[in-house]
Design a protein around this ligand. Sequence first.
Ligand SMILES: CC(C)(COP(=O)(O)OP(=O)(O)OC[C@H]1O[C@@H](n2cnc3c(N)ncnc32)[C@H](O)[C@@H]1OP(=O)(O)O)[C@@H](O)C(=O)NCCC(=O)NCCS
Length: 186
Amino acid sequence: MRTGDSYGPPTYRRAVLADADRLADVHIRVLMVAYRGIDPQEWLNSLPQQLEERRSRWKDRLTNLPHDPVVVAEVEPAGVVGFAVGGPARGEPPLGYDAELISIYLLPEHQRRGIGHELVRRVARSLLDLGFQGMLVRVLTANPARLFYERLGARSLGIDTVSIGGQELEETVYGWSNLDLYFPPE
Ligand SMILES: CC(C)(COP(=O)(O)OP(=O)(O)OC[C@H]1O[C@@H](n2cnc3c(N)ncnc32)[C@H](O)[C@@H]1OP(=O)(O)O)[C@@H](O)C(=O)NCCC(=O)NCCS
């Protein structure tokens, strides 16, 4: 396997419909590694069988929600190695947190090189352009990615539960109340 250093520098762009299959693939690959020991193993084992369904969900999202930012990171020669998705906050968000970082996933060999931070910044800037002000993100409390959000200045807003593979898991809700402050333009 190549190490992070043997890849070219990352570049970023908005996702297009032709990325749908690769996005589903990257998403499943990252989930299977990052959530081992966190999500139910039976559910993780079933992910490869969900590939086709997830590909069509990505096509639906990219077709039907064209304003919601989906930003991809690419490196040569691998192509797309990660992505982040933003949109209006789901459920009943706390006052002032009108947007949500819906997901962010990066292949393991490309983590800890600043790509995640840049993906969040770009999603946040797109959401600001759309008129949003604050952003929340939900993360399983057992996921060390929590520390990534804390490092980016997010504050913990509370605890919730989510059902995954038939199990109730605890998630922490984090938020940035002022996106412009935490994610300045380049
Ligand atoms: C979480 C994720 C998006 C972070 O992206 P990344 O490119 O690896 O993060 P960055 O390099 O931008 O990290 C910035 C800082 O956040 C902190 N950080 C990032 N990942 C961390 C981790 N797993 N544990 C602790 N701190 C972490 C570090 O302080 C890091 O700075 P440093 O590397 O100089 O110490 C990526 O690791 C990932 O895809 N993880 C698996 C999927 C996942 O859990 N997604 C979140 C679902 S809610």
